[in-house]
Design a protein around this ligand. Structure first.
Ligand SMILES: *Cc1c(COP(=O)(O)O)cnc(C)c1O
Length: 362
């Protein structure tokens, strides 16, 4: 049977977004990512909970950034912009350069030199972005990008661009549409904090429209070496293997705290060790390969579960607790990390007996 083709997030959620009939839609048919039930994680959380994984790594450029970029790029074209600019820990530059290529716009990206995953750098380069590898961290790159955008006629497409937030809120819509309600808990990695801000905005809008009857509790997780929202202080030299959330001074700081407080949630820290354990677990037990930053949500989930957090919660619907973890980006973005944490096989001769022994067959 023929099924309608997914039209991308702007057409799917047009009436919730700042677009008009005159807005040229720049899309790679992003969104509509799967919400995958995890038996392994549901079991580990216990407390009659169902854990779902929103696999945002399946967006066209491999991260949730595409949801915001389709709107930001469409609005940039509508405003007759000829170039876009961003500072990036990697995925924003991958997304911006792809959508700019599609729109016929020039793209310029500032990346912290030596601090972004190879897959992401290759994306920016292959899509034809002008890439500046700046000898500074992400926070400094963002400050410089803001200055450049002030001095030149170019559109800044970092998440301080409100159109990015608008697009990214569609993730919350899709979750509610799939579950038929809001989850009880929404668990997400937090870096520059645009995403948690956008997701909370999405839930609130659906709530105000009567599309959902309850709001979720928002649970955000930062890497312990880059956790300014947890400590309340800017981190001058953020450190973590999770490069996508290696940010010491989040642009959406206040909005993230509002999401936390209005939803009676929390923003907490997980260590790199916990992040990498969740990263391996997702790959080995659920068959889902994510980049390290994405595993921060699952690391946080398991940490709270261990502390008995979910056992104390009553499902509002009287049924089972619904918990959604956002998996923000694809594992193939950062294959070096996977290789580093595992044993790479040594070459062996093409002999059945040797091969059988090497792969554990008797
Ligand atoms: C951008 C990004 C994040 C962090 O999102 P923020 O909106 O900056 O909080 C987390 N994971 C991945 C894979 C990302 O690309």
């Amino acid at each position: 049977m023929a099924r309608p083709i997914w039209p991308g997030v702007i057409e799917a959620y047009r009436r919730h977004l700042p677009v008009t009939a005159r807005t040229p839609v720049v899309t790679l048919l992003e969104g509509n990512t799967p919400l995958i039930h995890s038996r392994a994680l549901s079991r580990r959380v216990g407390a009659s909970a169902d854990v779902y994984l929103k696999y945002e790594g399946l967006n066209p450029t491999g991260s949730f950034k595409d949801r915001g970029m389709t709107v930001a790029m469409s609005k940039a074209v509508e405003a007759k912009s000829v170039a876009v600019l961003c500072a990036s820990t990697g995925n924003t530059s991958a997304s911006a350069s792809a959508y700019a290529a599609r729109a016929g716009l020039r793209s310029i990206v500032l990346i912290p030199s030596g601090a972004i995953a190879l897959g992401k750098l290759s994306q920016a380069l292959i899509h034809g972005a002008r890439v500046a590898a700046v000898e500074a961290n992400f926070d400094a790159c963002l400050t410089l990008a803001k200055e450049l955008a002030k001095a030149h006629p170019i559109t800044l497409v970092n998440s301080i661009n409100p159109h990015r937030i608008e697009g990214q809120k569609t993730c919350a819509f899709e979750i509610c549409d799939a579950l038929g309600r809001a989850p009880d808990f929404h668990v997400t990695p937090v870096g520059n904090a645009g995403n948690i801000t956008a997701q909370w905005k999405g839930y609130r809008e659906y709530y105000q429209l009567g599309a959902i009857r309850r709001l979720p509790v928002m649970l955000g997780f930062q890497a312990a070496g880059a956790a300014p929202l947890v400590t309340g202080r800017i981190v001058k030299t953020p450190k973590t293997v999770a490069t996508a959330i290696k940010i010491g001074n989040p642009a959406s700081w206040q909005a993230a705290l509002r999401a936390r407080d209005e939803s009676r949630g929390q923003i907490a820290a997980v260590t790199d060790r916990e992040i990498l354990a969740a990263y391996r677990g997702l790959a080995e037990q659920d068959g889902i390969f994510v980049e390290p930053a994405s595993a921060a949500s699952v690391a946080g989930l398991l940490k709270l579960a261990k502390a008995g957090y979910f056992a104390r919660q009553k499902p509002a619907s009287g049924g089972r607790l619904a918990i959604v973890c956002i998996l923000t980006g694809h594992g193939l973005k950062d294959p070096e990390r996977a290789i580093k944490s595992l044993k790479v096989p040594k070459p062996i001769p093409p002999l059945l007996s040797v091969i059988a022994k090497a792969v554990g067959l008797k």
